[in-house]
Design a binder for this molecule. Structure first.
Ligand code: NAG
Ligand code: NAG
Length: 988
């Protein structure tokens, strides 16, 4: 089969290879010879071979009917177009076979200056078995139908007969095999040899050193399989080497497929081999198994292998796509089992691998296994930089983390500056099991999944705005750019934590979290970009009282959003604690809790009834703001109550239908109505404190920590903020508070610094509760001036998210009212001298660099002369046609105060938002303006330049434009006109 294929592909080259038996030529070589298999020859390994180096340019096939052959060399290199075969898919090697990578004397791969003293290859280094791009390596050991199973019942210390979930004979396991059993008590795992096999029972030596869990247990009616993995570490085909250097200096041999020429197809398949003591510590790119920059490589497959002791990574997928790691078992990978290295690894499949550390304290990077420390900490059974890969049915036990994705930076190594690891959507992420890991089971760290636009190498496509699809908002409409990833049926037990830090647009569906020290751990999140999604659904947070480890407690996030949980059950001892670590007071200079953590929890069919203990909620875990959260049930999830808010906000006891505090609900106030919401103001600091008065705040202030007067409406500026990254936010900080819907609140002690933005609750919460509208009335007060406005949950959320607002966010009625106050209070509206100099003037801008242009808020939606020198509100005016429109200064009564009170369709932006682009676009845009008046041909493609909803319109910038320039200058192209949708004209 293979031969036929190759005859075809290499058009005769292969067929022409002359067969040479090693036994017939071996006399020519000694153990230091540099041996090359020439292009035209096919060598058959029919006897032991011991050479210096072996470079294969032709063919090299292992005689599969010969037992116990050993190939020894300092390295084996399969060069481009060379091929290496040890067994084949249809005829796997059934007999013992060993590739032994020898150690040169005085070898140390970290000291490249010494390299000339021992055999090495300039790009692959020393002591390796490797194929370069365009080569074909195929190793097939005796097939195992399973490489690991589970204990099918609990076992006690000293047991020597193990009961397995699967039949050992059927799995192809044998007497004499080495197996390992994963810890189920957050301690050590153990190694054994099989001495007898009897269907599902295997006798092992030595007997078990401790208890192990096995089988399925019912935990509060839920079937939970907390069962130790039993992995088969023996294989008949081995790649190995001296272990001395591995033990003395963490230096072993390494293997992999290494790219050289992308035009060549590569085959690199290793199945059912045993690799031990591999990887080279602190040497970049030297891992036990490695797909190195293979590009699209569907024939890069590692399956069923056993790795026994490795440093750095067991398996590394680096700059490669469509590779497969399936059913491998790893024992003691220090500090990473499986690694996607740079961030552009995409479409790889990692399935049913089992990874075990000998002891929970031994395999972490930070536990004496540092490597390439300059590149940061890397640890965990599975460690991902590139996220868009399928991860299915894997199991990790006893490692530092089960799965860790740090989610930071713009790619690493060769992908540096080319991707955004925090925002890569996940591939299929299903049915994985993480247990007895020292810290996290699943650890998503910082992951905000977004709709990335990527090229064939998985690099993010760059636009004029850089890696634009990494951003939180889409341009030009400011929609949420989230792209929902789903973590399905993730099973965590006996870990310290489950979850991550900042996680957005990731849905946990079917999470089973049992007897972890914290069954949930999560600090920040956001509303989903798609409707109908839940942060957690179909999930269980359980603490089996018969298991000595862990609790049912989940520490869940805070922030300016609604956390949705559905069809989920809590049982055992523990609570739901919110908002974990959000708004920590000592992160604020005024030492008061951050107020923008005012998350709203919405429960739909959440069952807390089997929680043991006297509290089901706790406000303020891990120094989170204990006044921030509110819990809302759309059904009977909170014993039929509708809403619970913090008991520290004692003024809300006066709200009709609220009472308490009730211990069971974390000493919260319990309400039979459902009308208390968060109100968040994203703004610059207007001083440490602003004041809200109205229903809920009519009590005397409690100045004690942690309340700090908030019960009486003293709201503190929150200097802390979320961290969703790549955002282009105008503000991420502000003030958060609670209000009763339909009521009127006065917010005072405001100061003009710049525009401010309001969020009342979340549209998804209103939707879930069936409320067409939710609103409050506000009276904003500044320096004795008062402006009233209505704030609705239905106002535009374009350019808004839980972490703040973007520069382009629209000014709502209340934002405009605030701007009016700015004019009034700072005296800017007076045409004579100002009474008071504001720190930053209210919104006008500086057009002095625009050659006679003037600031004109009427440019909001474009207009003749607008966007002079690329600044939207700078306008050429008061001149000869087409710039004969009157300048704002020529009609002083229409500027200033009247501007401040105009409706949203014509109000100006903030000065900071519009002056930013001045310097970069001045010359370019000005010249473009001049040329366009003489050119009829479209000089540019508006759809290409600006995306959709624009068209090239010759009438822009002419006095004959019937639309007065409305929508012209889209994306700073003078003749690109925004169209479609109010207030613009229809697209042609
Ligand atoms: C492990 O797999 C090897 C490779 O086929 C097999 O020979 C051995 O019997 C198996 N041992 C165990 C313990 O599974
Ligand atoms: C990944 O797979 C998708 C779907 O087949 C494809 O569109 C995309 O180009 C692939 N990306 C890479 C980098 O292989």
């Amino acid at each position: 089969m293979k031969n036929l294929l190759c005859v075809f592909l290499f058009s005769g080259a292969w067929a022409a290879r002359a067969t040479v038996l090693w036994s017939s030529i071996k006399g020519k070589y000694n153990s230091n010879s540099e041996v090359t298999v020439p292009k035209g020859e096919e060598w058959i390994l029919d006897e032991n071979m011991d050479v210096g180096t072996l470079t294969i340019k032709g063919g090299f096939s292992w005689h599969i009917a010969k037992r116990n052959i050993e190939l020894r060399a300092f390295y084996v290199l399969v060069d481009r177009e060379g091929s290496f075969n040890l067994g084949s898919e249809n005829d796997p090697m059934e007999l013992d076979a060993t590739i032994f990578i020898k150690t040169p004397s005085n070898w140390d791969p970290r000291k490249s200056e010494g390299w000339d003293n021992f055999p090495y290859h300039p790009s692959i280094g020393s002591r390796f078995f490797a194929g370069v791009g365009g080569s074909s390596v195929e190793i097939y050991g005796r097939t195992l139908s399973r490489t690991w199973t589970l204990l099918s019942e609990d076992h006690s210390k000293s047991d020597s007969i193990l009961k397995l979930k699967h039949d050992a004979d059927e799995m192809n396991w044998r007497v004499g095999d080495k197996i390992a059993i994963a810890t189920t008590n957050r301690g050590s795992s153990s190694e054994h040899t099989i001495t007898e096999i009897n269907n599902n029972r295997v006798t092992v030596d030595p007997p078990l050193p401790r208890n192990y869990m096995g089988g399925v247990k019912q935990v509060y009616g839920v079937a939970v399989e907390k069962a130790a993995e039993v992995i088969n570490l023996s294989r008949n085909v081995k790649i190995t080497g001296d272990t001395d250097t591995f033990h003395s200096m963490k230096q072993g041999w390494h293997t992999g497929a290494f790219w050289e020429d992308e035009t060549l197809d590569t085959t690199h398949i290793i199945k059912f081999a045993e690799l031990d003591h591999c990887g080279q510590n602190d040497v970049l790119g030297r891992y036990c198994f490695h797909f190195h920059r293979m590009g699209h490589c569907p024939n890069c497959i590692y399956e069923g292998n056993a790795i026994y002791n490795s440093v750095q990574a067991g398996f590394t997928i680096h700059g490669s796509h469509f590779t497969k790691l399936h059913r491998n078992v790893l024992w003691n990978p220090k500090s990473v089992g499986i690694y996607t290295e740079d961030g552009n690894e995409m479409n790889n499949t990692i399935s049913e691998n089992a990874i075990i550390c000998e002891d929970i304290m031994k395999c972490g990077w930070s536990r004496g296994n540092e490597w390439q420390s300059q590149n940061g900490l890397k640890e965990g059974g599975i460690y991902f930089q590139g996220m868009t890969n399928d991860l299915i049915g894997n199991r990790v036990a006893g490692m530092e983390h089960g799965f860790w994705s740090p989610g930071s930076g713009n790619g690493r190594g060769f992908a540096s500056g080319k991707t955004c690891n925090t925002h890569q959507p996940f591939g299929r992420f299903e049915d994985n099991v993480w247990h007895d890991n020292q810290r996290f089971g699943i650890y998503l760290d910082h992951q905000y999944s977004r709709d990335l636009e990527r090229d064939e190498e998985a690099h993010v496509v760059k636009t004029a705005h850089g890696m634009e699809s990494c951003n939180a908002f889409t341009r030009p409409d400011g929609k949420d750019n989230g792209f929902v990833s789903v973590i399905k049926n993730d099973f965590n037990y006996h870990n310290m934590f489950v979850g991550g830090y900042s996680i957005g647009d990731i849905e946990f569906d079917g999470l089973l979290s049992v007897n972890n020290l914290n069954n949930g751990y999560w600090k920040r999140s956001k509303n989903f970009a798609e409707p109908g999604r839940y942060h957690v659904k179909n999930s269980f947070f359980l603490a089996d009282p018969n298991d000595g480890i862990g609790s049912a407690t989940t520490l869940f996030p805070g922030g300016s959003f609604t956390f949705k949980m559905k069809d989920t059950k809590y049982a055992g001892s523990g609570k739901l604690e919110v908002p974990q670590h959000c708004g920590i007071y000592f992160h604020n200079p005024h030492n008061k809790f951050g107020s923008t953590c005012a998350v709203q929890y919405l429960f739909e069919n959440v069952d807390f009834t089997e929680l043991r203990g006297d509290q089901i909620f706790h406000f303020g875990p891990s120094d989170g703001n204990p006044m921030s959260p509110t819990f809302i049930a759309s059904d009977n999830s909170i014993d039929g109550h509708k809403q619970v808010i913090s008991g520290r906000l004692d003024g809300f006891l006066k709200v009709p239908n609220c009472s308490g505090p009730v211990k069971k609900y974390g000493n919260g106030i319990v309400c039979e109505g459902q009308n208390i919401r968060r109100l968040t103001i994203f703004s610059p600091s207007m001083g440490d404190e602003i004041k809200i008065s109205g229903p809920g705040y009519d009590v005397s202030p409690n100045w004690d920590h942690p309340v700090g007067g908030t019960n009486a409406g003293h709201i503190w500026y929150d200097h802390s903020h979320g961290s969703s990254g790549h955002v282009d936010h105008k503000y991420t900080k502000g003030y958060g508070m609670h209000v009763v819907l339909g009521e009127t609140y006065r917010i005072s002690d405001l100061q003009w610094k710049d525009d401010i933005f309001f969020q009342l609750s979340d549209p998804e919460l209103a939707d879930a509760l069936g409320n067409a509208d939710e609103y409050v009335k506000l009276e904003l007060e500044m320096d004795g001036f008062v402006e009233s406005c209505r704030l609705s949950v239905r106002e535009s959320r374009d350019w808004h998210n839980a972490d703040g607002v973007g520069k382009e966010a629209e000014l709502s009625e209340c934002s405009l009212a605030f701007r009016t106050l700015g004019y009034l209070a700072t005296g800017t509206h007076k045409t004579t001298t100002t009474t008071k100099a504001p720190t930053t003037p209210p919104p006008t801008g500086d057009c002095s660099k625009c050659g006679g242009a003037e600031w004109d808020v009427r440019c909001e939606h474009g207009g003749v002369g607008c966007s002079a020198c690329g600044v939207k509100y700078c306008r050429f005016c008061g001149g000869s046609p087409p710039y004969d429109i009157a300048c704002p200064t020529q009609a002083p009564t229409t500027t200033s105060s009247s501007t401040a009170t105009t409706t949203s369709s014509s109000s100006g932006p903030s000065s900071t938002a519009t002056t930013k682009s001045t310097t970069s676009t001045t010359t370019q845009t000005t010249t473009t303006i001049k040329t366009t008046t003489t050119t009829k041909e479209p000089e540019y493609d508006c759809n290409q330049a600006c995306g959709g909803n624009t068209f090239y319109d010759e009438r822009c910038w002419t006095s004959s434009d019937p639309h007065g320039g409305l929508g012209c200058n889209a994306c700073n192209k003078p003749k690109c006109r925004i169209c479609g949708g109010s207030p613009y004209i229809a697209c042609p």
